[in-house]
Design a protein around this ligand. Structure first.
Ligand SMILES: [Zn+2]
Length: 532
């Protein structure tokens, strides 16, 4: 007698093979039967007419510290996500040393969490002690390592500081990290050279990890930035994952053809280059990213001081209107009509989330620049934003490309607690059902088995997770049961805290975490270790 039998569903095994009818049986934390007819189960699920697939693996997540605040990760688990790769865009929850510790602990304190850990090993212990619904696959962030070794300075590291950064990466890899990430538009990552990134990636390469990058530029210099990521892979000797691949800004729409061609050429030349994409035409990041990179040197306190000065404001305005060489200028790419404020921390500004910067300025009777600078000062540079800047034709090109997989670029949140009044990007709640429903089924962009592969077997292979991402006897029992006829995202920019439809059951490590349109409260997740 099996612990659990999912009877008579159409099994999409995560390899890209078409679905076939059969049973799936689970015993303990493992799959014991996949396909054919299983013996009786202590619990039996009737899955006739439903799809049964591996749990979805979100290769681009930001749930690092949020995993402690929302351990059920409702916005992710209700989509069918069972594993999240964290530590993306250069920002990880470890090692918390020096200014990396100051930055993380003030953010965490605001949400009621004490940062008791320093290393990945200690982070793993703390997360698993509190319990977490999904598995987490941790990466170490170059920005965090840089802040730990040399603070938020806008300069090259000394030889000692570089050696310290390499030592911290080596330690995280020894603790089971999956590789290194960079966020080359964000301070302090944006202050680094290609040479520095190559040097810091070498210990990740030596330990068998991969390199995932938020490129130095996703707009006017997209192709140079793709080339830089490829050079890191070649010179440091490790596979490359281009994060949330896109062409931002109307002038750059269509450049994605050239960037995908560059990725194809690199693969043809023997380097292993892949990428991920979220299925939306807006991005999301910190509102403070609208301010030129140089002004972030020294950290958030220094930025807020600069924002108070009328002379510096005049300089910001000029640089934002004219642009600065190499700087990712979202305000210019999108325009203040296309930048939504998503979150604030003060009561005074509680009406701002959901408004564009232009609308917020009109409401305050200010010009958009002055409104933006004032809001950043009042909120101590903490607000988030959504920026409309992509073309759906490019999103489709990336999604359909055989080297591209699906990643949300969101953290696992919920409609209650500190995020309740925020208006997060709908990708937090809708990414995976939107690919399965809107793109694969409704638009016919790809067969269902291909869409499932891009969120299961393919990212698992990329991470070297040999026992996840596929349904096969002996592997970990991470499973989703969904209705292929009705699966759809429901979250919108105006009303983002809406769970998708058609995701019927989600199982992590053999335990049911979602059923009947609700989380069960079970927390069987683990902080995984690199297995190669
Ligand atoms: Zn990013």
């Amino acid at each position: 007698m099996h612990d659990l039998v999912i009877r008579g569903g159409t099994i999409f095994d995560g390899t890209g093979r078409p679905g076939r009818e059969g049973d799936v049986a689970v015993d303990g934390v493992r799959l014991t039967t996949v396909g054919g007819k299983a013996a009786r189960g202590r619990r039996e699920i009737d899955a006739r007419g439903k799809a049964v697939s591996p749990g979805f693996l979100d290769i681009h997540s930001h749930s690092d510290s949020v995993a402690l605040i929302y351990p059920l990760a409702e916005s992710k688990t209700r989509q069918g996500v069972t594993t999240e790769a964290i530590g993306n865009c250069g920002n990880s929850a470890f090692p918390l040393l020096g200014q990396a510790r100051d930055r993380a602990s003030s953010m965490m304190k605001a949400m009621g969490i004490d940062t008791s850990w320093t290393t990945l090993g200690e982070y793993r212990t703390e997360v698993e002690r509190r319990g977490v619904a999904v598995n987490l696959a941790p990466f170490i962030g170059h920005g965090t390592v840089r802040a730990a070794a040399m603070g938020m300075d806008d300069r090259a590291p000394t030889a000692d500081e570089l050696a310290r950064m390499q030592e911290l990466v080596t330690q995280a890899m020894d603790d089971g990290a999956f590789g290194l990430t960079t966020g080359l538009i964000y301070p302090p990552g944006c202050y680094s050279s290609l040479e520095e990134v190559v040097a810091v990636a070498r210990p990740a390469a030596a330990a068998g990890g991969i390199y995932m990058s938020h490129l130095r530029n996703e707009s006017d210099r997209l192709l140079d930035a793709v080339d830089e990521a490829i050079q890191v892979g070649r010179r440091a000797g490790l596979p490359v994952q281009i994060s949330h691949h896109k062409a931002a800004g109307r002038d750059n729409w269509g450049k994605i053809r050239d960037s995908l061609a560059a990725i194809d050429r690199a693969n043809a030349g023997g380097l292993d280059v892949t990428g991920d994409v979220y299925p939306y035409t807006a991005g999301s990041t910190s509102l403070a990213t609208l301010i030129p990179a140089w002004a972030h040197a020294g950290g958030t306190g220094a930025l807020v001081e600069r924002l108070k000065s009328p002379e510096t404001r005049a300089r910001f305005r000029r640089e934002m209107e004219e642009g600065l060489p190499g700087w990712e200028n979202f305000a210019k790419q999108a325009g203040f009509d296309n930048v939504l404020i998503t979150s604030v921390k003060t009561e005074k500004n509680a009406g701002l989330p959901g408004l564009t910067v232009a609308q917020a300025a009109a409401r305050r009777g200010q010009d958009p620049y002055e409104a933006l600078f004032d809001i950043l000062v009042e909120e101590e540079a903490t607000p988030g934003m959504v920026v409309f800047m992509m073309d759906e034709a490019d999103v489709v090109r990336v999604l359909a490309h055989p080297k591209m997989m699906v990643g949300s670029d969101a953290s696992g949140v919920a409609p209650y607690g500190p995020m309740a009044r925020a208006k997060p990007h709908p990708r937090a709640y809708g990414t995976f059902p939107r690919v399965l429903g809107y793109f694969a089924r409704d638009k016919g962009l790809m067969p269902l088995e291909t869409a499932v592969w891009k969120m299961t077997g393919f990212p698992a292979e990329r991470l070297g997770l040999a026992d996840r991402g596929r349904l096969a006897a002996g592997l970990a029992a991470d499973i989703v049961v969904f209705d292929p006829a009705t699966v759809a995202d429901k979250a919108t920019y105006a009303d983002p805290h809406r769970f998708p439809q058609g995701i019927e059951m989600v199982i992590v490590n053999g335990q049911v975490i979602v059923e009947g349109n609700a989380n069960t409260g079970t927390k069987p997740g683990k902080v995984l270790r690199r297995s190669r």
